[in-house]
Design a protein around this ligand. Structure first.
Ligand SMILES: Nc1ncnc2c1ncn2[C@@H]1O[C@H](COP(=O)(O)OP(=O)(O)OP(=O)(O)O)[C@@H](O)[C@H]1O
Length: 378
């Protein structure tokens, strides 16, 4: 039995060539052409509406005035045509054509403001995403693999990345999220999943080259399945006429969390701050541990073997002070006054590890919102 696909009607599953979110989409070529100019036939109508009305009945105007009026109308039409895609994309979501530098600034600002205790993540993500979007001649798609303990912000960060590129974020029709246990549950169907995954990605990238694919629960993915997308992550200019070089792939996984915690603990025990940890302290050992872990989804994966993952991004386990920050944000986001006593009680209620030191929250910032419901009488 094939699994349901994200945002795609079950009926569409019968045609594996149809990717998610394109049930009513036109053939790839026309859709892609449309995404280039930002709209379809309704553009002509909108253009007419943008034109200024011609002055008076034509018969009553002398030739010079008529000439000037027509020239003015033509100029307006031209201006309208040029600005039309922008106007169209203001009202309807379009595939990203040209990167707006303000998006990278917004990404940095959002990570700085909203993400707690993850100095490595902020640094790597901003550099990687900004560099990639600014590079018109990228040789391969961007592939980021986010690793860490539960509740440390992996999904949160992928949402922030998606929102920095498409204002609808995860709801954008150009952002596709796969959850291993939901979309690829049965080991015996792995070959079907491989085919589907390839056609979904091919179909969606044909429609929008700047598509984003997020694979959650990589550690629950059947070994070998992710290798089916290897050609798309590779350095090919075109594959069957489609370029994948503008796409972004984000993998989320709990695999490697022990390695990351080990390192963080090591720093803590040696009296060094977590901010002293550098990417070079962990990147290699993280990729090796994921590669050798049968339950990582990347076990002996060619994606790692062939160096097709650009960054392994380590999420550090969250401490008591970070949990308190999460509680504070949650209270404020609901519009309530922060009660310091309740805030401390919620953070105290969370459980921390290792058993002796009790430094790191074993659920990260997850369940904070549920605890809030208990304390605040909303
Ligand atoms: N580092 C963080 N800074 C700020 N908020 C965080 C952070 N980590 C988690 N949160 C909050 O906790 C919620 C749950 O975190 P998230 O779903 O991103 O965890 P995760 O790492 O993806 O967990 P899992 O591995 O279980 O999927 C987020 O929506 C966010 O509100």
């Amino acid at each position: 039995m094939a699994a349901a696909t994200p945002k795609m009607a079950a009926a569409t599953l019968k045609a594996p060539s149809a990717p998610p979110k394109m049930a009513a989409a036109p053939p790839a070529s026309s859709a892609s052409a449309r995404s280039q100019d930002g709209g379809g036939g309704s553009g002509a109508l909108l253009l007419l509406l943008l034109l200024p009305p011609l002055p008076g009945p034509v018969g009553a105007v002398e030739p010079i005035s008529l000439g000037l009026a027509l020239a003015g109308a033509a100029a307006s039409a031209l201006t309208g045509f040029i600005s039309y895609p922008r106007l169209y994309c203001y009202f309807r979501e379009c595939c990203l054509q040209r990167h707006d530098p303000r998006a990278a600034a917004a990404l940095q600002e959002n990570l700085d403001r909203k993400l707690f205790g993850q100095h490595l993540v902020s640094k790597v993500i901003v550099k990687a995403v900004k560099g990639f979007l600014n590079n018109e001649n990228a040789k391969k798609p961007l592939a980021l693999s986010l690793h860490g303990w539960t509740g440390t912000g992996k999904n949160f960060v992928s949402k922030i990345i998606a929102e920095s590129i498409y204002k609808n974020g995860l709801k954008s029709k150009y952002v596709h999220q796969f959850v291993a246990t939901l979309h690829f549950p049965h080991a015996q169907d792995i070959n079907t999943y491989k085919d589907q995954l390839q056609s979904w990605i091919r179909g969606n990238v044909s429609i929008c080259p700047r598509s984003i694919f997020i694979f959650d629960e990589m550690d629950k993915m059947h070994a070998g399945l992710i290798d089916s997308i290897k050609p798309f992550l590779d350095y090919y200019e075109l594959l069957d006429g489609v370029s994948y070089r503008k796409a972004i792939f984000i993998f989320l996984s709990n695999a490697g969390a022990e390695k990351i915690t080990e390192l963080a603990l090591d720093f803590w025990r040696n009296g060094r701050t977590r901010e002293d940890i550098e990417l070079t302290d962990i990147q290699n050992s993280l990729s090796v541990s994921v590669f050798n872990n049968k339950n990582s989804g990347f076990w002996h994966s060619t994606l790692i073997d062939k160096n097709l993952i650009d960054y392994f991004v380590p999420f550090l386990p969250l401490e008591y002070k970070h949990v308190k920050m999460c509680v504070r944000v949650e209270i404020q986001s609901r519009g309530y006054t922060v009660d310091e006593d309740i805030l401390t009680r919620i953070a105290d209620e969370m459980t921390y590890f290792p058993r002796e030191e009790r430094i790191y929250s074993d659920k990260g910032c997850k369940t904070v919102d549920a605890k809030l419901d208990y304390y605040y009488d909303f």
